[in-house]
Write a protein that binds this ligand. Structure first.
Ligand code: ZN
Ligand code: ZN
Length: 623
């Protein structure tokens, strides 16, 4: 062999072994330096390709592009390495699409199957049906056989983009459907065609794995069909899927916490205790999910129990309990746990920790502690205050009525205030009746985010409260013109394993007649007890006071609470979930009901938990 060829071979082998992770990447970089300095790279130009493939396996985007440019005539494998690196390893799908287009324009090298699969993969990450179709057409045009993996990814993209016909067609074309193909189809059908069609697909599956079972169960949990979820879980265990992995556990628990399904969450916990066999990292992940599930389902004591029994807590576990306590408005406890975490010394607080801490201060009105933490964040813990932290501080100051301080903080922010910051300031203005400041802020907000609906609504409410009915009318009309509508309030209550859903003034429930009779009686008793409806916070200005009262009295959470009173044993707890923030009048009503009917009522609204007991609320009316 010629000496040059020998040398080339030698370097090629070394670079390949670095790219495959058999030798450290630093060695490959060192070789690159050496090749340049010694002039060898100029003498042996064919090594550029080896260098490029090394970088495509381990390099940064800029390394990759630089080494690609030094190739004189990139071949199909070169383009494929480039595109699939960006699509998968570097997770930059849009760059990978751009590079694919460049390939089609600049080069005569035809794409191969791996390249097209990477394109499909990028398309699925971006939910881009056009890119998927391009790949699909090229497979056919170039006569490249569709691999099962390619088909599955294509079904996934079409499904993500809502192109159901295409997804089904693609699925039907798969000659040997794997369990992955079926599961992708199941996910698509569940998302777009609903739970019943999804179940039909599930029942038709010739083979099911853990992922398919969990997908179906999670769909039941998310739809509030608790008993279906539980019976399917029992089925799953009977069908020999007993040892779920930690990812399945976490996804089940996360579905439970999102829909407030304590029943299924508990089942999962019990099952976990019986079967789990996790390494340290996995069990920390599962503990975190459990803490999150219990706190979001209103059982903070259980969350604390899981927390205390977790060994070697990492920062994610600490953050989970801090955010749970904060959700329950337990500001003092949050500060205590934080102290424990600091003196424990194994974990350093991060951005998320401070969001929980500041939120807790805000929910409990702890202004001094809030300021101190906000200061310590940079000066003691070496973090940078992010826009989320400013938002918490603005919220804290604003709620407490320190509007000037809040305004100054926003003005002096080192980062651009976003809609959350400005919005929370507006909400505080609304709370304290400061119309002028609110309007000025609104102006900024509307320019920043013309499509956000909530702030228009806030301002319109504010005008109504301060008696500026003309302006409120004007705003409402301009909102209607822009097609902005208030999202409807929905409340959920679980009774004997079934989730009942109510909108305001809902008449679709089978027990509607009984419910409204109950509601009448409740309201009569409340009025006897001295309740006067607070009609100031209504968005629609209905002329007659009585009519406005009527609108208030059928807010969805009231219907839910009546169903709770009707269908559960006296003295038992009632738990309600609401998608929006509970209004101040319903808050008063819940307090009174909890006293008059001797019930503990727990309402999880969009922001936090309210636990009503003996006529008062855990939030001390500060929310
Ligand atoms: Zn209400
Ligand atoms: Zn409350």
């Amino acid at each position: 062999m010629e000496p040059d060829q020998e040398l080339t071979r030698h370097y090629r082998i070394q670079l390949r072994s670095c790219g495959r992770g058999l030798s450290p990447p630093s060695l490959g970089r060192g070789l690159h330096c050496h090749l340049i300095k010694s002039g060898l790279l100029r003498r042996l130009p064919s090594l550029s390709s080896a260098l490029f493939h090394f970088y495509s396996a381990v390099g940064s985007p800029s390394d990759l592009l630089r080494s690609f440019r030094s190739l004189s005539l990139p071949s199909t494998p070169d383009w494929t390495a480039l595109i699939s690196s960006f699509s998968r390893r570097l997770s930059l799908p849009s760059t990978s699409l751009r590079l694919f287009r460049l390939m089609r324009r600049r080069s005569s090298a035809p794409p191969d199957s791996v390249c097209l699969l990477s394109l499909l993969y990028a398309a699925s990450r971006l939910s881009d049906p056009d890119a998927a179709a391009t790949a699909h057409v090229l497979f056919i045009k170039l006569g490249i056989p569709f691999s099962v993996a390619a088909c599955n990814t294509a079904v996934l993209v079409y499904g993500k983009c809502g192109l159901l016909r295409e997804a089904w067609m693609m699925f039907d074309e798969i000659p040997e459907k794997t369990v992955v193909s079926w599961t992708v189809l199941l996910t698509t059908v569940l998302k777009w065609e609903g739970i019943n069609r999804g179940r039909q697909v599930f029942d038709k599956m010739p083979l099911r794995n853990e992922v398919s079972w969990c997908t179906m169960v999670c769909a039941y949990i998310e739809a509030g069909l608790v008993s279906d979820a539980l019976s399917l879980l029992a089925h799953m265990v009977a069908n020999s899927i007993r040892n779920l992995n930690h990812i399945s556990f976490c996804s089940l628990l996360s579905a439970c916490s999102q829909s407030g399904d304590l029943c299924t969450g508990r089942w999962v916990h019990v099952h976990l205790l019986k079967t789990s066999d996790f390494d340290e990292n996995e069990s920390l992940m599962v503990s975190t999910s459990l803490i999150d599930m219990y706190s979001k389902c209103g059982r903070i004591e259980s969350a604390l129990k899981v927390f205390e029994s977790t060994f070697q807590k990492n920062i994610v576990v600490w953050n989970a309990i801090l955010s749970g306590l904060s959700l329950h408005g337990m500001g003092r406890e949050v500060l205590n746990v934080f102290q424990r975490m600091i003196s424990d010394g194994t974990c350093k607080p991060d951005d998320i920790t401070f969001v929980s801490l500041l939120t807790a201060c805000s929910r409990s009105g702890l202004i001094k502690n809030g300021w101190k933490l906000f200061h310590d964040l940079t000066h003691i813990y070496g973090l940078t205050a992010k826009v989320e932290h400013y938002a918490c501080m603005v919220d804290l100051l604003g709620r407490a009525g320190h509007l000037d301080e809040a305004k100054n903080l926003v003005r002096d922010m080192l980062v651009q205030p976003n809609e959350v910051v400005l919005g929370s300031l507006i909400a505080s203005c609304s709370l304290h009746g400061k119309l002028d400041l609110a309007k000025q802020l609104m102006h900024e907000l509307v320019q920043l985010y013309p499509n956000n609906t909530e702030y228009h609504i806030l301002l319109s409410n504010l005008c109504t409260t301060t008696g500026k009915h003309y302006e409120a009318d004007f705003l409402r009309k301009s909102m209607q013109k822009q097609g902005i509508r208030k999202s409807p309030g929905i409340s959920y209550i679980e009774i004997h394993g079934y989730m009942h859903k109510f909108t305001a003034g809902d008449k679709s429930h089978p027990l509607t007649r009984e419910l409204y009779v109950m509601l009448d009686e409740v309201m009569r008793r409340l009025c006897f007890a001295g309740y006067i409806p607070d009609v100031s916070n209504q968005i629609s200005r209905v002329e007659e006071r009585e009519e406005r009262e009527l609108l208030l009295s059928v807010h969805s959470e009231r219907l839910a609470v009546c169903l709770g009173l009707l269908s559960t044993k006296p003295g038992s707890q009632i738990r309600i979930f609401k998608n929006l923030r509970i209004c101040s009048d319903c808050h008063t009503v819940m307090k009174l009901i909890s006293g008059l009917y001797e019930r503990e009522i727990i309402v999880r609204d969009r922001n936090r938990f309210h636990s009503f007991k003996n006529g008062s609320c855990s939030c001390s009316d500060y929310w």
